[in-house]
Design a protein around this ligand. Structure first.
Ligand SMILES: [Zn+2]
Length: 200
């Protein structure tokens, strides 16, 4: 099999590192396969091409009246900061099922997942955030293993300077703008730079 190398390794920064082939265990090298236009990890022994694609981070805004449920992270990154229940989608599940599962795992919360509220592309870290509306079905929520605490917040109590991720910050800003305007709509955007570090 024939390959050519690209001339600009700077464009490879967003490719997550990979050392060994998951098919046969041999070392892999980063190359642009013939007929392709992006560098891929390619096995030097079995020639498997390991394609990498963005990950979906799926979550919801669990609503109960005028309050929403936030989780304070018990894990890195952003340990100790607040976020909506959200996490990586698993193979074999739907986006709505992923959002419900994350609410269950992080907040032991039973949530009826509604319409999609926001979509944010984060190309610099190869992620796409999808956040749904969610209706909190009861008050039996409690911190899951990945949360230090979970609690309901009114808009005036949202810890804006203690939010873990820019996609969550933007989602909540749009959410409260929409509520003030009396019309909830879908929001899509791109986040291309990391948020300045928040205090812990
Ligand atoms: Zn291999």
């Amino acid at each position: 099999m024939h390959f050519c190398l690209t001339q600009d390794p700077d464009t490879w920064e967003s490719i997550p590192a990979m050392n060994y082939c998951s098919e046969c265990g041999a070392p892999v090298i980063l190359k642009v396969p013939l007929g392709d236009n992006l560098p891929r990890y390619v096995c030097g022994r079995c020639h498997a091409i390991h394609y990498q694609n963005p990950k979906m981070v799926v979550g919801c805004i669990p609503e109960q009246g005028h309050e929403i449920l936030l989780c304070r992270r018990a894990i890195d990154p952003r340990y100790g900061l607040w976020t909506l229940p959200a996490g990586f989608m698993e193979n074999g599940e739907t986006t709505a099922a992923a959002a419900a599962r994350e609410a269950q795992e992080e907040a032991n919360a039973q949530v009826d997942i509604g319409c999609l509220f926001s979509l944010f592309n984060l190309p610099h870290i190869n992620q796409v955030y999808l956040i749904f509306h969610g209706r909190l079905l009861n008050a039996d929520y409690a911190a899951g293993t990945e949360s230090l605490e979970v609690r309901l917040f009114r808009e005036t109590d949202i810890p804006w300077d203690q939010l873990a991720f820019p996609a969550i910050q933007h989602t909540l800003q749009h959410y409260y703008e929409d509520r003030r305007n009396g019309k909830l709509s879908f929001h899509m955007g791109d986040i291309t730079a990391p948020m300045p570090a928040a205090g812990r």
